[in-house]
Design a protein around this ligand. Sequence first.
Ligand SMILES: [Zn+2]
Length: 115
Amino acid sequence: MNNFTIRIAGIDYKITTIDSKYADTNMGKMRADTDEIFINSSLGYHARNRVILHESIHWILRNAGLDDHVENEKITSIIEAGMYAFIRDNRNFIMNNILESELGAWNFNKGVNDV
Ligand SMILES: [Zn+2]
């Protein structure tokens, strides 16, 4: 995975992989003060994607004032698992309706199996 940025709530965060020996037991970590998300380099493809989604959800919840760490972690893990599956299972709907709708191409007739 090359370094890249992801935008969360209007802020661009640099995604960086770090050697697992420096990651402690963390799969990933977000540093809001430096606009960075670190991902343990030992993770596989899906785990890395889920970490990015996970840290993004953490930040969205914190911005909404839900900063109780224990509660936030529980909610984040539930949403992360559900949203990752939703995104992967509904790729065509998302591409054809949610993303294209920004260009004025709203089309409910295109579903999960349509290209
Ligand atoms: Zn977490």
